[in-house]
Ligand binder design. Structure first.
Ligand SMILES: [Zn+2]
Length: 129
């Protein structure tokens, strides 16, 4: 799943490699190239959402499935492991949605709203026993 996510998201850098007229620069911060990692973890808004969530984020370019493994290790043995995993998955998704809303609907979602929505979707999921 994470490998698919990493290779499948149509981030600007990927579009740019196919269509050179498309800028590879991130539409949210206008500062760095938009890679998957930049978009979901390192762009200032995404980074802030992770910080607010109190979850370990990514600080370097690495494949997303590797991040997931590291993430699992970092929360292993702690409390609420399942909740943290669900929140992390949802927050990743919300960060991607926030990016798309800005591009296609010119609406900026704050990191706080992303986190709130991630929390809500996480708690709506039926509990596995
Ligand atoms: Zn950015």
């Amino acid at each position: 799943m994470w490998k698919a996510l990493h290779e499948g998201l149509p981030v600007k850098v990927k579009l740019h490699s196919r269509i050179p007229s498309i800028s590879p620069i991130c539409p949210r911060c206008n500062e760095q190239e938009e890679t998957v990692v930049h978009c979901l973890w390192m762009c200032p808004d995404s980074k802030e959402a992770w910080r607010l969530a109190g979850l370990p984020s990514l600080t370097r370019e690495v494949e997303t499935w590797k991040w997931w493994l590291e993430f699992q290790n970092s929360i292993a043995g702690g409390s609420n492991t399942v909740e943290k995993q669900e929140l992390a998955v949802n927050l990743t998704w919300q960060n991607w949605k926030a990016r798309n809303e800005l591009i296609f609907e010119q609406r900026r979602k704050t990191p706080w709203i992303c986190l709130e929505e991630a929390r809500r979707t996480a708690s709506e999921r039926p509990r596995k026993c």
